[in-house]
Ligand binder design. Sequence first.
Ligand code: SF4
Length: 192
Amino acid sequence: NDRNRIYPNEINDLAKEVFPPCMRSIHDTLRRDHHLKHYGRLHYGLFLKSAGLKMEDSIEFFRSEMSIHNPEKFQKEYSYAIRYIYGREGKRVQLSAYSCQKIINGCAPGPSDTHGCPFKHFDTKHLKAMLVRYGISDEEQISEIVQLVTKEGNATGACAKYFSIKHRVTEDFSTIYHPNQFLTEARKVLLT
Ligand code: SF4
């Protein structure tokens, strides 16, 4: 089992089990709308690349999610974007996945955007609803997470708290600084 590689048919389960909320939330929108706007596509595509999804697999994954409604649009927009993410188009640079700081301080999502950090960009009502949806049902735990955001403006701390609760780590998980770090740590917990 090569843990440096992931496959399209695993993504749904991985999203539920081990993706950080920012990426799970993009994934959920993709599944629901079969569409992602530019930054969502970029952040999620780069995250999946870093998680070990090969370019061909990424094209297959996005195509199976998109082409349901619009095959031509996929060809025009997405397959170029994916090849760009993998350094095969445009300036052919090796782009790396966005860190939490970049996502948190980068351009804020508009109403129909999907990118961004839920602990920074969601209002309290939506944040609470998301936590419940993602399996945190205890009122006290929810308010602990929410307070880190509302009282301290500590998005990555709130994410670390979410991690500790969701993955049942007894000692408080110290810090989250990158969505791919969240993923790696979550998979470690799952394997132990
Ligand atoms: Fe994603 Fe980082 Fe925000 Fe957690 S703190 S949801 S990993 S951007």
